[in-house]
Design a protein around this ligand. Sequence first.
Ligand code: SAH
Length: 456
Amino acid sequence: MLKKNDIVPLTITSATAEGSGVGKTDEGMAVFVPLSAVGDELDVRILKVKKSYAFGKIEKIIKPAPSRVAPDCPYFSKCGGCVWRHISYKEECEIKRQKVTDAVSRIGGLDAPVMPIIGSDRALRYRNKAQLPVGLSREGGLCMGFYALHSHRIIDCDDCLLQPECFADVMRITREFMEKTDNDVYDEATGKGRLRHLYIRLGEVTNELMVCYVVNGNGLKQEDILLKMLREGLPNLKTVVINSNRENTNVILGAKNRVIYGSGYITDVLCGLKFKISPFSFWQVNRAQAETLYNKAREYAALTGEETLLDLYCGTGTIGLSMARDCKKLIGVEIIEDAVRDAENNAAVNSICNARFMCADAPEAAARLESEGVRPDVVVLDPPRKGCGEELVRTIGKMAPERVVYVSCDPATLARDLKTFAEIGYKTEEVTPVDMFPRTAHVESACLMSRKKPHN
Ligand code: SAH
């Protein structure tokens, strides 16, 4: 029997999409080993034994897998961000495609074709957003960076290889400012102290930089000094915002923003359109690859100019607006008020006049539209991780669009929803995985469904 602290020889034969390699012991027990790669021959130290599987960690690499590469980040394995810095990007893409294929067949029970994954041109520095927690180090100093995996312990970092280089400058200037002034940092345990998070956004095409400080209180002491330092050190600084969050919560942003420099927002370009991004707006973190994803969605929507398009979970309107010129009418639905306002502005800025946006819960709004007799020809949906759920699928069925384009950030809930769509007569024609977040465990997909049952 396997027990804690045993050291067993193990060959890694598969990988979970969450970043663990898996191998079987001689007795047939599956062991999950983080930071291992398919093909590794290892000595593994057993950490925890469950009924039919166990967890272990690498004690010694006897023979490394051919896909192994030397991790290029000093924080890798400590920081909870990346899980794949020890294998080639090609191998990572294969694992991600497999996750989608497995979900579609095992959870969805479908034999729909899953296309080759569209990898990101950039696997480094592709992000345009960072939300960095600030706290106390064990020695009582300032600590800023990323949470360790499944934890609220902050790993102190100077830079992140997924972020633009100028974010490291913002981090450095912020540290210098904190040292110079008597601002203290927030302590989760006591709820005392001021600075909670440093939140940065960059317009990739426009190069406009937003810096936002999330503060337990109304502001920071000596904000004039902070502004001077930021303006001197960051040539592309567009706006600085103080966000107040006094709640004892994991939610990063509080309700109130105070703009201390610029207009409170930045702009960027996506699919040829201009977008306004405020601290609260949802905006894809890998802009270039979002374009790839939306172009795929647009190809699936196959619009001719005559259609009514319903864009559910529309955020700041990006997907729908990128297709607005190809359809007759666009209706967007989004639950966050600020995002809806941004979507309306984005339509206006881009002189799009055939779009309207509703601030509502997507299942509720769809039911209302359906009862009012709205019959979209194409529905696009891009729900959060929990998917769209059965109620909304059935309402969409009643509206009977010819095509449904499902953009998903979670293959498991996508597959579950596709199964419900299949029950009401929608055939999954094709799924294309798109890698928006190289080196992390996330994978997105675009999926085309078409209506098979005649409308009556
Ligand atoms: N399509 C957009 C945003 C997708 S993210 C884009 O690509 O930019 C998912 C969006 O769904 C978020 O903006 C979130 O605020 C919104 N959302 C979450 N729950 C919702 C609900 N119940 N009803 C409507 N929108 C919701």
